[in-house]
Write a protein that binds this ligand. Structure first.
Ligand SMILES: NC(=O)c1ccc[n+]([C@@H]2O[C@H](COP(=O)([O-])OP(=O)(O)OC[C@H]3O[C@@H](n4cnc5c(N)ncnc54)[C@H](OP(=O)(O)O)[C@@H]3O)[C@@H](O)[C@H]2O)c1
Length: 255
């Protein structure tokens, strides 16, 4: 048995959606530093170009491809371009998210419902379908869905977001069960409160922030890099027997 660096990703190709900032960027960086070739993707070409340039300056093989994951034709293009450039795909991180409403679910209309489900659930399903044959061809692969603790218990004000993340967790379990026989591992990470643009409304509100931190075992919010470590475990040989898992990284918020 070779026990040397089981986190090494040399030779692997990883697509990370929503990688222009926050958790996606942190995961992309760590995977790139571990030797993977990285596809940096988000809606805005200029934003992903900057991240790819910064990564390249640090010796990471990175390519920027803009993709609005709510548009299935753009998802087709993302995977097709990845294959054209690198010839394979080994890791898919479904990280991009939308949450257009904050408030009572009664106020949400069908347009908001569709938007949330398209980006948070349909895109991970569709992208997983697109990469699956290439992973099978390489003898296996790895899919990581970035979910949320809101997918485990309903979050007040984030009703449909919670529904979408619970659905994503079930997608994880379903695909893990169906694709285990072709050596594709599928797992969910459920972050707690991580300091990013998405959580700014919470972390910058003194009252809400204090209340949440009081509930946590660890008395501080997380950083994007706190999630990257878990993603590295799941994507690499170090996590070789983990599939279908719904793992929290929440500073003990849900204990
Ligand atoms: N931060 C937290 O406290 C927290 C807690 C639980 C779960 N999470 C989960 O962690 C993941 C990352 O969140 P984050 O906090 O890192 O968010 P963030 O800092 O706001 O970053 C979101 C990323 O997604 C991209 N994006 C947004 N809409 C997109 C779309 N339709 N298609 C493609 N890319 C899109 C954004 O770039 P562009 O604007 O360029 O598209 C950006 O790169 C999400 O799945 C979120 O649900 C976060």
């Amino acid at each position: 048995m070779n026990n040397n660096n089981r986190y090494d990703l040399t030779g692997k190709v990883a697509i990370i959606t929503g990688a222009s900032k926050g958790i996606g960027e942190a995961i992309a960086y760590r995977m790139g530093k571990a030797g993977a070739k990285i596809i940096i993707s988000s809606r805005k070409q200029d934003a992903v170009d900057i991240v790819a340039q910064n990564f390249k300056a640090e010796g990471i093989d990175a390519t920027a491809i803009a993709c609005h994951v709510g548009d299935m034709a753009q998802n087709d293009n993302l995977v097709q371009k990845t294959i054209e450039i690198y010839g394979r795909v080994d890791i898919l991180v479904n990280n991009a998210v939308t949450n257009p409403i904050f408030g009572a679910t009664l106020q949400a209309d069908l347009g908001a419902f569709d938007k949330i489900m398209d980006v948070n659930v349909k895109a991970p399903f569709y992208l997983s379908k697109l990469v699956q044959p290439y992973m099978v061809k390489n003898g296996g692969g790895n899919i990581i869905n970035i979910s949320s603790v809101a997918g485990l218990t309903p979050d007040m004000g984030l009703g449909l977001y919670s529904v979408s993340k619970a659905s994503l967790n079930m997608l994880t379990k379903v695909l893990a069960k169906e694709w285990g026989s072709v050596n594709i591992r599928v797992n969910s990470i459920c972050p707690g409160v991580i300091k990013t643009k998405l959580s700014e409304a919470i972390t910058s509100n003194e009252h809400i922030a204090k209340e949440l931190i009081n509930k946590q075992a660890l008395k501080h919010f997380g950083e994007p890099d706190d999630i990257a470590g878990l993603a590295m475990l799941l994507a690499s040989d170090a996590g070789s027997y983990i599939t279908g898992a719904i793992l929290t990284a929440d500073g003990g918020l849900t204990i």
